[in-house]
Unconditional design. Structure first.
Length: 136
C-alpha cells in the first residue's frame, strides 16, 4: 500500500508588472518560484506572506491591495513523494524588490517562459494566470 504523499503548505505572491509576474530563483536552484514560503506555527496566510516577501525581496506589501486568488496543488519540484499546496495572493509592493539572503535572481516572466525554468506547480499557476488575464 502506498503512503499518502506529504504535503508542504505555502503561500505565494503574485505581483504583476507589464503583463508579467515577479518570480524568484533561490541560490543554487535551477527553476523560478513565486515569492513566498512555508508557514511558521500559528501564522495566518497574510502574516506568512508578508514575512516571506520581506525576507526574500526586502519589501513591504500594500495591505489594501492583498487579494486571495486561488489555491494550487501539484508535485513538489524534484520530490516525487511530496506535493506542494500554495495559496496564491496578489498584492502590490511598496518599493522595488531586491534579492536578499536566499534569493539569487528576480525576474518578471509571462506565459512564454520556458517550462524547464519553472517548478511543476508554477506551470499550472502560469496557465491559470494567463487564462484569467493576469499575465500575457
Amino acid at each position: 500500500m502506498m503512503d499518502k504523499p506529504k504535503i508542504i503548505y505555502k503561500v505565494g505572491l503574485a505581483h504583476f508588472k507589464d503583463g508579467k509576474i515577479l518570480m524568484t530563483r533561490s541560490i543554487g536552484k535551477d527553476v523560478f518560484y513565486c515569492a513566498g514560503g512555508k508557514f511558521e506555527e500559528g501564522e495566518s496566510d497574510i502574516a506568512c506572506l508578508k514575512r516571506e516577501v520581506k525576507e526574500e525581496l526586502g519589501v513591504e506589501l500594500d495591505d489594501a491591495s492583498i487579494k486571495f486568488l486561488k489555491t494550487f496543488e501539484d508535485v513538489a519540484h524534484g520530490k516525487v513523494d511530496m506535493r506542494v499546496n500554495i495559496k496564491m495572493y496578489s498584492a502590490n509592493l511598496l518599493s522595488e524588490p531586491k534579492p536578499s539572503q536566499e534569493i539569487e535572481e528576480i525576474r518578471y516572466l509571462d506565459s512564454t517562459a520556458e517550462p524547464k525554468i519553472l517548478a511543476p506547480i508554477d506551470i499550472q499557476i502560469f496557465a491559470w494566470l494567463k487564462e484569467n488575464n493576469f499575465i500575457d
